[in-house]
Design a protein around this ligand. Structure first.
Ligand SMILES: [Zn+2]
Length: 94
């Protein structure tokens, strides 16, 4: 593998920091209108990125940041669900 490949960078929708894509977790709005955490980073649909830090998920799931990034509305239930999933995932990564 070539070591000098350009590293894809994305902006966290919560803290607005630009980081390497792999340092962020992707959220995707699927063509069916569902919102899920995309662990592969390759799912089709409109995506938004958040740091692998709970603080950013809490911030991101508050207000309309994510809704704007994904251009859809996100129900309270869905937000809670995503927060839980993120927490599990972030804990899993140590
Ligand atoms: Zn962040």
């Amino acid at each position: 593998m070539a070591p000098n490949r350009q590293i894809a960078q994305r902006t966290c929708v919560a803290c607005r920091k630009v980081k390497a894509k792999r340092e962020l977790l992707r959220l995707v709005r699927t063509p069916e209108g569902n919102i899920e955490i995309d662990t592969t980073g390759k799912k089709a649909g409109r995506g938004a990125y958040l740091c692998r830090e709970l603080e950013c998920w809490k911030t991101g799931l508050k207000g309309d940041r994510l809704e704007r990034a994904l251009r859809c509305t996100i129900s309270l239930d869905k937000r809670e669900q995503l927060a839980q999933q993120a927490e599990e995932r972030l804990r899993g990564n140590g």
